[in-house]
Design a protein around this ligand. Structure first.
Ligand SMILES: *Cc1c(COP(=O)(O)O)cnc(C)c1O
Length: 230
């Protein structure tokens, strides 16, 4: 059942790549396993998945200890500065860098462990009040501030698009994030690459891929609906 879901998501990704004239290996699926038990993660693991997305520090720590060591964990949720130290050496990438203060803390904690951590800048493209992330016009000034941080590897941008019924409604959001990443690339800021665009979730990942996503974060489409009441 879960393996069937996964197969369908991979098939949809391949088809979206084909329709966009892109190669399927340009897009990485992040299996968003938040709230789901390790048994289900293991089903995905046994079906071949190695890249998992989580949005809570405690949950990453628990699952990190209980899952095989070749899993790559991606932190995709809002990260409190006092918790950075718990996951800094456990995650492959932090998608949700949403303030200069957080970037400073990540830099300090990574320096303590003598590591360089891949990060993405979260952008609130639609400027929704309820969401974290930089507004579009704040991103380049932020990048100029952090380009000297030697323990951050700034790899690209991430956005959480609005919840919509028709994924076409988010096409413009994805297009805007892609354009911003191209604009940033042309500025050639020291230590900044724009090779990753993390955008697209269960409802809209095919559209995101057509607009240039290199990472899609799919939860419900793989693991089923989440139940937050338990
Ligand atoms: C939960 C979550 C997802 C996955 O959402 P689905 O709609 O279940 O695919 C993706 N990105 C982030 C940041 C999330 O918190």
């Amino acid at each position: 059942m879960l393996a069937d879901n996964l197969e369908l998501v991979h098939k949809n990704i391949r088809e979206a790549c084909t329709s966009a004239g892109r190669s399927a290996d340009e897009v990485t699926l992040i299996a968003v396993s938040k709230t789901k038990p390790v048994e289900l993660l293991m089903e995905a693991y046994d079906a071949g998945e190695r890249v998992f997305g989580e949005n809570k520090v405690q949950e990453i720590m628990d699952k990190y200890d209980r899952m095989p060591s070749d899993v790559k964990w991606h932190m995709i949720g809002h990260l409190q500065r006092n918790k950075v130290k718990y996951i800094i050496d456990k995650v492959a990438m932090i998608h949700s860098v949403d303030s200069l203060r957080l970037a400073q803390t990540i830099e300090q904690e990574a320096a303590k462990k003598d590591i360089c951590i891949p990060i993405l800048v979260e952008v609130n493209v639609a400027e929704e009040e309820s969401k974290f992330g930089f507004h579009m016009n704040e991103v380049i000034p932020f990048l100029e501030e952090v380009s000297g941080f030697s323990h951050l590897k700034i790899m690209g941008l991430m956005t959480i698009a609005p919840f919509v019924d028709d994924p076409e409604e988010n096409r413009d959001i994805f297009r805007k994030l892609k354009k911003l990443s191209v604009d940033i690339e042309t500025k050639n800021i020291n230590n900044i690459t724009m090779s990753v665009l993390s955008m697209g979730m269960t409802g809209d990942y095919q559209v995101a891929i057509e607009e240039g996503a290199t990472m899609v974060r799919v939860g419900t489409g793989i693991f089923g609906a989440r139940n937050y009441s338990i």
